[in-house]
Write a protein that binds this ligand. Structure first.
Ligand SMILES: [Mg+2]
Length: 306
């Protein structure tokens, strides 16, 4: 009974927080105000204002039925992504470092054109409203509702990402978007890239998922014609094939230790506490798993003070 009361209280707190936002002002529009002035005018702030926010309203009390640790965690991750200036600062930190690396690596003379490979979701586009909606209703991600979200082509951007990509493009560096979005998400994705005036928003540079979620073959395709100077991502599979094949948490940590010098050098990582391979590895990659089982694993693994 105590647990149920606590969950009701948590839900009420979330509702109150969301409700307060709804009644005072519209959902804030993210701006891309990197410390470095972009070479090209960054229009993401203005264009971002055109984003359809009708689906991003604050949660209503009667829709909040989130009752699992796992889904409460996803709501917490979404609110961090949406509201914490610390999240914004971390993204700026990553993209300011990326800019320094571009300046450091760029030269006039090279045998092949330079390229930057970037992931899209939670690296460039912010899907936290979709994730929050699913979690608040105690639902997992699913492909059908995800595509209803991406087909709109109206995701907001991750802070610092648009101005960084435009800066790189101003130096003649081509941007390749390697994403595990599917072919039927192509039109919405291109529309979203164009909404923010992002470089190389075309079929040639948008490499969607075909047969495998591994991005290695697509990276190798880019390497046939370009020199990849930098990779940006929120999931470690965005960087290296060593993270492919569902490695355990211990194996992922060991690989990260092995690749330590690459992070901040050739690999630029954006924080994503909400989902992706770290979460799948936590649960040991089940095909399907219920909330009760997720919560049981979380309770068994989390370190708790005596
Ligand atoms: Mg991603």
């Amino acid at each position: 009974m105590k647990t149920y009361s606590l969950l009701l209280l948590m839900s009420a707190c979330l509702s109150a927080a969301f409700g307060q936002t709804d009644t005072t002002k519209p959902a804030p529009v993210k701006t891309d105000t990197s410390l470095h002035a972009p070479v090209k005018a960054d229009t993401s702030m203005q264009i971002s204002g055109k984003t359809d926010t009708s689906s991003m309203h604050a949660a209503k009390t009667d829709t909040v039925i989130c009752t699992s640790i796992a889904n409460n965690g996803k709501v917490w991750a979404a609110i961090y992504q949406q509201r914490a200036a610390e999240y914004k600062a971390l993204c700026f930190q990553a993209y300011n470092l990326a800019r320094l690396r571009v300046d450091e690596k760029w030269t006039h003379y090279h045998m092949k054109p330079y390229a930057i490979v970037t992931d899209i979701d939670e690296t460039l586009f912010d899907n936290s409203p979709y994730n929050a909606k699913r979690a608040l209703n105690n639902l997992d991600y699913d492909a059908a509702t995800w595509k209803q979200w991406t087909v709109r082509g109206a995701c907001d951007t991750v802070p610092g990402a648009p101005s960084f990509l435009k800066y790189a493009a101003s130096k003649g560096i081509e941007i390749f978007y390697i994403t595990n979005r599917a072919e039927d998400e192509r039109a919405g994705t291109l529309q979203n890239l164009k909404l923010y005036g992002l470089p190389n928003a075309d079929d040639t540079h948008l490499l969607l998922k075909k047969n495998t979620s591994s991005k290695e073959a697509r990276r190798q395709d880019v390497l046939k014609s370009h020199i990849i100077i930098l990779l940006c991502g929120d999931n470690l599979g965005d960087f290296d094939a060593l993270y492919d094949g569902a490695p355990s948490e211990e194996e992922r940590k060991a690989t990260t230790q092995k690749l330590m010098t690459q992070f901040g050098s050739r690999y630029i990582v954006i924080p994503n506490p909400g989902y992706d391979d770290w979460e799948k590895a936590l649960y040991n990659y089940p095909v399907t798993i219920g909330n009760a089982e997720k919560d049981s694993i979380i309770k068994a693994k989390v370190k708790v003070a005596d």
